[in-house]
Design a protein around this ligand. Structure first.
Ligand code: PMP
Length: 281
């Protein structure tokens, strides 16, 4: 197995983390999760662009150009023989004796690895369940930072009540999932939270917005309440791994007839075509 360290591909077992890495001590860093289909990196530029935005937002410099990073990731996929899988990339501020301020002159640490991940075919077909939880995260979740404790606790709460995903609600309004964006469909219109500081603007979300426009599906970037969500005709969540995944129950209430809705299905089909064309048919 090979992994990425800085601007080099090295055997995975050669990489170790310092006790004083600020990512390890403070969560002082950012990350990306990128999909690989048929050996091809999916939506690579969009992910690298978001990594760059996240890094800039917390004043960390990438150790190499985005172009070079893209090439390195391609090599990582190839050297590990990944067909369908994912890349995990993490950029931390670097190693320094523990202080709260941002030390000057330290070298950021970029690491990454690739692994095999099958497509979630059962969830895509049958849907998942969700539980609403209070969104108690900070107000800059548009930055893909390593600080995921609220997301982890929300997911734990959902799991412990038998639900697959947690849906965050802030001041009565649905923001996003613990690791996904959330959409409701009523009378053929797709509703999702605006891409501001209260959600992570998913790369999958951006694709869905584009595909909706291509398919002539009207969509509105307006927040909906938790109560409205449960009464939608269709609900789905999206992320890099789950793709476009129907939600068939929210807080134990069945959505629509408990099956994939027609708008969700047509977005899934369009997304599938995008995957197939990226992966070379
Ligand atoms: N929101 C949150 C909180 C997430 O963790 C994720 C997954 N990274 C997303 C949305 C979806 O983003 P993407 O489509 O880029 O995977």
């Amino acid at each position: 197995d090979y992994a990425l360290l800085g601007d080099k591909i090295v055997p995975k077992k050669e990489i170790s983390v310092s006790l004083e890495d600020r990512g390890y001590q403070f969560g002082d860093g950012v990350y990306e999760v990128i999909r690989v289909y048929g050996g091809v990196i999916f939506h690579l530029e969009a992910h690298l662009g978001r990594l760059d935005d996240s890094a800039k937002a917390i004043y960390i410099d990438l150790p190499c150009s985005l172009r070079k990073l893209g090439e390195l990731l391609g090599e990582l996929v190839k050297r590990n023989g990944i067909v369908d899988g994912k890349l995990y990339l993490q950029l931390t501020r670097g190693v320094h004796p523990r202080v709260h301020f941002i030390p000057e002159g330290i070298k950021p640490i970029l690491t990454g690895y690739a692994e095999h991940v099958a497509r979630p075919l059962t969830s895509l077909r049958e849907g998942i369940s969700a539980l609403t939880v209070e969104d108690n995260r900070w107000l800059r979740v548009n930055i893909k930072s390593l600080n995921l404790l609220p997301n982890i606790l929300a997911k734990h709460r959902a799991k412990s009540q038998g639900a697959d995903e947690a849906i965050f609600v802030r001041d009565g309004l649905v923001t996003e999932g613990s690791a996904s964006n959330v959409y409701g469909i009523r009378d053929g219109v797709v509703y999702t939270h605006p891409a501001n500081h209260l959600i992570l603007n998913g790369i999958t979300r951006q694709a869905i917005v584009r595909l909706s426009e291509e398919l002539g599906i009207p969509w509105r970037e307006v927040p909906i309440s938790a109560e409205e969500l449960a009464r939608m005709d269709e609900v789905f969540v999206s992320n890099t791994i789950l793709e476009i995944c129907p939600v068939v129950s929210v807080d134990g209430r069945t959505i629509g007839d408990g099956k994939i809705g027609s708008v969700t299905a047509s977005l899934q089909a369009a997304f599938e075509r995008e995957i197939e064309s990226a992966a070379g048919g």
